[in-house]
Each structure stands twice: as structure tokens, then as C-alpha cells.
Design a protein around this ligand. Sequence first.
Ligand code: COA
Length: 322
Amino acid sequence: MTRYSKVIGTGAYLPPNIRTNEQISETVDTSDSWIYERTGIKSRRIAGPNESAASMAEIAARLALDAANCDANSIDLIIVATGTPDRVYPSTGCLLQQRLEIKNCVAFDIQAACSGSIFALSIADQYIKSGAAKTVLIVGTEICSRIVDWSDRSTCILFGDGAGAVLLSASNEAGILSTHIHSDGEYEDLLYCPNPQVATDLNKHETGVINMRGNEVFKVAVNTLGKIVDETLEANNMDKSDIDWLVPHQANIRIIMATAKKLKMSMDQVVVTLENQGNTSSASVLIAFNEAVRDGRIQRGQVVLLEAFGAGFTWGSALLKY
Ligand code: COA
């Protein structure tokens, strides 16, 4: 009998503090209309001074556990995707394990920038399918606001903070149908965030903020996400019309619309959260997935395509039967 990874619970957390386009336009030369037209973003959430990737992850994780009616101690693997960990080490996964008071599980972080949650889903699925794990908690959690240069109008308008979680369990019922992940390190210069603490003589002048050549990133993202859609459908011998929901990474509404068009999907079948959240990097797909599960749009038995693209470049998809 096939062993699947089935979603048994989802959760998300967004910090209450809102930063609008109007507020940003008070400090850099931009406007609400420019930002909204080019990105689809109106506002984003900003974590409070006492919040961290781990504290936000805990809230999202507890909501996913509650939704699944699952005790934290039944988790045997935690995978946290983050580019803004609380500490270099221990991993945010271990900090989350401590917060959830789980004594006996494996916990680690993965770093795949905005594709982190998709990479985590892929890893979790391999563990579950192979029998190495039964219950896996995945969290994407990011405090992008602390690695953004708030004087750079081309990046500070895009990002926001938040955490999304999903709990997977081994099941005989269909769950994750396939995952597809890719990396190409050639594109480092188009999107990167230095780590000044470990700088060499060559890059010690750099500060720890997001650097991006947005226009070039945009073009590669649209092209690559189109290809991953084809790859996913082909691997499952499925047609575009078999997909009920697209849950894309929330970077830019124009990138999302291009992928929906490729799938010949109406925007009514696409989960979009970026208007009031911006790009929450590795958290974005799981936050959007949670929203559509909780408001009843995504129903049990429906086919959902999750996809993301991020620094590296990294990109990937997960096709699942909810
Ligand atoms: N307000 C007003 N003008 C701005 C601006 C802002 N916030 N940011 C940039 N501009 C200006 C630029 O300086 C440039 O001016 P110039 O023509 O005088 O040189 C002009 O707008 C066009 O810049 P460009 O970068 O070509 O704009 P764009 O249409 O590509 O939009 C992004 C910029 C960042 C919104 C867009 O490229 C994007 O979303 N890229 C993808 C980013 C992404 O997804 N990153 C994460 C991947 S996970």
C-alpha cells in the first residue's frame, strides 16, 4: 500500500503591526499607486521588538497542532525554513522544539530563501514515504523587516514578516502526490543578503541587508515558474484542469498572474495574500495555504499546487491532494 504524507493541520501567525505603502512613502521616494500597480502590495506586517523567527514559529505551529488535534510529542521531525534565524546556532528548529517542549524528535533548519517551505515539504515527504518519520512539522518563519534596507525603495516595499506551519502525517490516503525542487547557484548576484559576521576581506564592506536586481529576478521567476508547472503536471500525468487551487509564493501579483495564465486558471482559483502581507519569503506559501484551508476555500479531496521561487536561485513545487 502506498504511504503518503497527508496534511493534518495548518497554522499561521502575522504580527499585528501594519506598515502601509503610505507610511513607506514618507521615508523613501515612492507612492502607494506605484507600489500597488507594480507589485499588488498595499501593506505588510512588521514583527514587534520582542518577536523572533522562533516565537512566531511557535504560534503558527501550535495552531497547526490544535487544528490536527495532535499532541506535540507525537512529532518526530521538525523542519524550519528560514533566512532570518534567531541564532546562527542552535537552529530555529531546535528553538522551536524547546518551545513546544518536545523531548524526543529531530529538528533542523533549511535555507532555500523564498522556496524554503517547498524544499521542507519535499524533504518531509521523503522521510515519511521512506518510513523514517511518521509525523512531521514544517514551519516557514521570517522577520524580513530586519534584513531590509529601509532606505532602498526597490526592496523595502516588497517584504513582510510572518510564519506559516503545516503538520504532515503518514497516511494510506492520497496526500502529497509529488514534489520538485531545483537550485542554480549561478544567480547569486541577482538576489542575496550578506552575513557580515563571517565576512572575508573581499566582502567585509557589505551590510546584512537584501540586495536585489528586481527586474532581472522578475524575468527569471516568471520563466522558471512556468517550467515547474509543466514538470509537475507531466510527472503526475495530469492536465491543467485537474488542479483545483494554485497556492503560489507571494512575491509579486504580476508573477502570480503569469503562472495562473500558464495554468489557464481563473484568479478565483489562486490564493493571493500579498496585498496585506507583502513577501514573507519562506513563510508565504504556508501562510496562504493556511488561509485558504481555514476559510473553507480548499476542501478535502481537492488538488492543490504549491510553488515558490527564491534566492539561489531556488524553485520548486508540491502537488497534493488535500
Ligand atoms: N517607487 C518608485 N519608483 C521605483 C521604486 C519605488 N518603490 N522602485 C524602483 N523604482 C524605479 C526604479 O528606480 C526605476 O527608475 P528609472 O527607470 O528611473 O531607473 C523604475 O522604477 C523601474 O525600475 P524596475 O526595477 O525596472 O521596476 P519593475 O517594474 O521591475 O518593478 C519590482 C520593480 C521590484 C517591483 C519588480 O522588479 C519585482 O517585483 N521583481 C521581482 C522581485 C521578487 O519577486 N523578488 C523576490 C523573489 S523571491
